[in-house]
Ligand binder design. Structure first.
Ligand code: PLP
Length: 385
């Protein structure tokens, strides 16, 4: 009787997606803080700065008016037009605002894109190391993520050779590319991006480009792909506002409209209003970006001196991925010890790469310069002990 009742409450198999291992690190950091310790948080991938003042002011003005109604399913028309203008000004590409769909962060954009592009059972290539939810969302939707292992030889990005070799073994329906990437912070050159897209299209493989870290490029400018997911979360420091956008090829506009209409009706109105005003706060966000550049320099100078000599190319986003295999065989345990003994919290690579992640840790450098200096000093002293 009891087991029959329990069966009724049993979760579906597809809901069985892995959690973030970094949550264990966060819980340990919270225990240190509860006991009065001061933790330098470099584990969570989000800006320490608030949203642009222009966005906050627009949201306050909208709240003062009182009523917040649903918007059109694909988003407020003026916001979609503003995004199209951004592409004209930044990338010199003309985009019909009708092709812009506002989403609840890029996270919802992935769900919509995978639903609109793929059937259950379809195989979609993703880079390892890579952002774990790509794989987990695909699995929950019945698609099969196919991990392509990147390394120094491919500059930690998917190449045409990697993609086509995998496609020859078993047919791929899609590929997800990201530049700048999480957790590596590495970028693909414009040519490398075009080569992968051309190879994919030539083989009948659909391409989704995650451009959430655009605007945060230090080594060279990021180039945009033809269709992609993007977000106000990172460059505009608006993670909690949950607003992003997609640029859709024309045949997907109506399917995405229908899907979003059913799944969400529309994206939170207050966040859309704030997002439109965020474009007027770019000067403020460029200042924040300069802070990341400064932090990047502090880590690039300090971490090798402290002992971390093997670091992946730190081109963009606000991540640094370091090989710690000279110090340990399990970076999860290493991150836990480092937190306990230096109070610097980082993410173990196992979250991003189940195969080789135990060799790596990820630093997020979206905090203050003072914290970067302090982290380098604490780690240096610890490794030298
Ligand atoms: C590579 C990458 N893509 C997408 C996301 C999702 O962000 P959001 O849903 O806030 O746009 C993140 C968040 O950390 C990320 O790192």
């Amino acid at each position: 009787m009891l087991s029959a009742a329990r069966r009724l409450l049993a979760p579906s198999q597809r809901s069985d997606v892995p959690p973030f291992m970094v949550m264990d690190v966060l819980a340990a950091a919270a225990r240190i803080e509860a006991a009065g310790g001061r933790v330098i948080h470099m584990e969570v991938g989000q800006p320490a700065a608030p949203a642009p003042a222009t966005a906050i002011a627009a949201a306050q003005a909208a709240l003062a008016l009182g009523r917040l109604a649903y918007t059109e399913t694909l988003g407020i028309r003026t916001l979609r037009e503003r995004i199209a203008r951004h592409y004209r000004e930044t990338y010199r590409v003309e985009i019909d605002p009708a092709r812009v769909a506002i989403t609840t962060g890029s996270s919802a954009g992935f769900v919509l894109a995978f639903l609109a592009l793929f059937e259950p059972g379809d195989r979609i290539a993703v880079a390892l190391p890579g952002y774990p939810p790509y794989r987990h969302i695909m699995r929950a939707l019945g698609c099969e993520p196919v991990a392509l292992e990147t390394d120094e030889a491919t500059r930690w990005a998917i190449t045409p050779e990697l993609l086509l070799a995998s496609h020859r073994k078993a047919r791929l329906s899609g590929v997800l590319i990201a530049s700048p990437a999480n957790p590596t912070g590495t970028m693909m050159s414009g040519q490398a991006l075009r080569d992968v897209i051309d190879a994919a299209h030539g083989a009948g493989i659909r391409v989704i480009s995650d451009e959430i870290y655009h605007g945060l490029d230090y080594a060279f400018p990021a180039e945009t792909a033809a269709s992609y997911c993007n977000s106000f979360s990172k460059y505009y420091c608006m993670t909690g506002w949950r607003v992003g956008w997609m640029l859709l090829p024309e045949p997907l506009i109506r399917p995405i409209d229908r899907l979003q209409g059913n799944l969400a009706i529309s994206v939170p109105t207050l966040s859309q209003i704030a997002a439109e005003a965020a474009f007027d706060g770019r000067a403020e966000m460029e200042e924040v970006k300069h802070g990341y550049e400064r932090n990047r320099r502090i880590l690039l100078e300090g971490l090798p001196e402290a002992g971390f000599e093997r670091i992946l190319p730190v081109d963009g986003a606000f991540y640094l991925y370091a090989d710690v295999s000279a110090f340990c065989s399990d970076s999860f345990d290493f991150a836990k010890r480092m937190l306990a003994e230096t109070h610097v919290a980082v993410t173990p690579g196992i979250d991003f790469d189940p195969l080789r992640g135990q060799r790596f840790i990820r630093f997020c450098y979206a905090g203050s310069a003072a914290n970067m200096h302090a982290a380098v000093a604490r780690i240096g002293n610890w490794l030298k002990r």
